[in-house]
Design a protein around this ligand. Structure first.
Ligand code: 3PG
Length: 315
């Protein structure tokens, strides 16, 4: 029997057509399914390909007795209960690196949006106004940019913004200063929070980073500072963020990720005047989605037909 593959949260159109054309797989009809549709497909599924929307829990695994493989078509695997997968013998992979450039570029887009106030200026233009004097912004040139988490995405971001000539600092206990002589390593979170004009978060979500950016750290930020989060919502305490923003303790923030996604339509974050929001768009470029999908297809092939597990993510 051919492995039955379910693509849960959407896939690049051409890549999906490529997957469907491969004779060695049976692919569930659609490239994107609702939670109810996925639940109905679970009893037959041998592999799930997911983005961040679908959660793979112990309950999912109970409903999927033939499941062998979960591919996270992207980077973060915090939406997968990897311990439960390990217990059931279900293998987990992601597609490391495939969407990282897009994530880094999106964080830079948020930085520039907050610094140059383009989102607010656009809103006022759409409402028929010409509020030139309200939207004087700031340059990135010469500013201290602090990168919290200096893995692949943080490193790409540092490279890409270098053209703006900021001073780049990073905080990452696993990365040595000698590896990156052009950037300055901060030894503590307190140091990077108190010295940066723009802080951008690029750590994965895990037990160590959940709630990492709390009111104490936020209170150390410079009054004119900007906070960018295109990593994971739960890394930042959202109540504490709202407080520093509404009290004007920092200049502004740009957030692409939230503790609960989709963000509740009544969330106070939506009403916060100095906060720019995007709906988890970091990896949502055509280029990233082609790379992610082709990598996932290759991994399906290798796993089911060459007994080769690529890019395994362990519990
Ligand atoms: C990731 O972890 O790969 C990014 O956050 C992108 O998530 P997405 O694939 O759900 O857009």
């Amino acid at each position: 029997m051919k492995p039955f593959i379910v693509i849960c949260d959407g896939m690049d159109k051409a890549a999906f057509a490529h997957l469907c054309s491969l004779d060695q797989f049976e692919v569930a009809q659609k490239a994107k399914h609702t939670a109810e549709e996925i639940e109905a497909l679970l009893p037959r599924a041998n592999a799930l390909v997911i983005r961040s929307a679908t959660k793979v829990t112990a309950d999912t695994l109970e409903k999927a007795p033939h499941l062998k493989y979960v591919i996270r078509a992207g980077e973060g695997t915090d939406n997968i209960d990897k311990v439960a997968c390990e217990q059931k013998g279900v293998k987990v992979s992601n597609t490391p690196g495939a969407n990282n450039n897009s994530a880094a570029e999106h964080a830079i887009a948020l930085m520039m949006t907050v610094l140059r106030k383009t989102a607010w200026a656009h809103q006022s233009m759409a409402e028929g106004r010409w509020d030139k004097s309200l939207y004087t912004g700031n340059e990135l040139l010469g500013k201290e940019v602090g990168i919290v988490g200096f893995g692949r995405i943080g490193q790409i971001l540092a490279k890409r913004i270098s053209g703006f000539e900021p001073k780049v600092h990073f905080y990452d206990p696993f990365v040595a200063q000698e590896t990156f002589p052009d950037y300055c390593k901060c030894e503590t979170l307190e140091e990077i929070f108190s010295t940066s004009d723009i802080l951008t978060v690029h750590t994965p979500l895990n037990d160590h980073t959940k709630g990492l950016i709390n009111s104490e750290l936020l209170s150390k930020m410079k009054p004119g500072a900007v906070l960018i989060n295109a990593a994971r919502g739960k890394i930042v305490d959202e109540d504490a963020l709202l407080k520093v923003l509404s009290e004007g303790k920092i200049r502004g923030a740009g957030f692409d990720v939230f503790a609960n996604e989709p963000l509740d339509e009544n969330s106070p974050l939506r009403k916060c005047e100095n906060l720019v929001l995007t709906p988890h768009l970091g990896a949502s470029t055509e280029e990233a989605q082609v790379r992610v999908a082709e990598m996932a297809i290759n991994q399906l092939n290798e796993f089911f037909h060459n007994n080769n597990l690529l890019n395994e993510v362990k519990a």
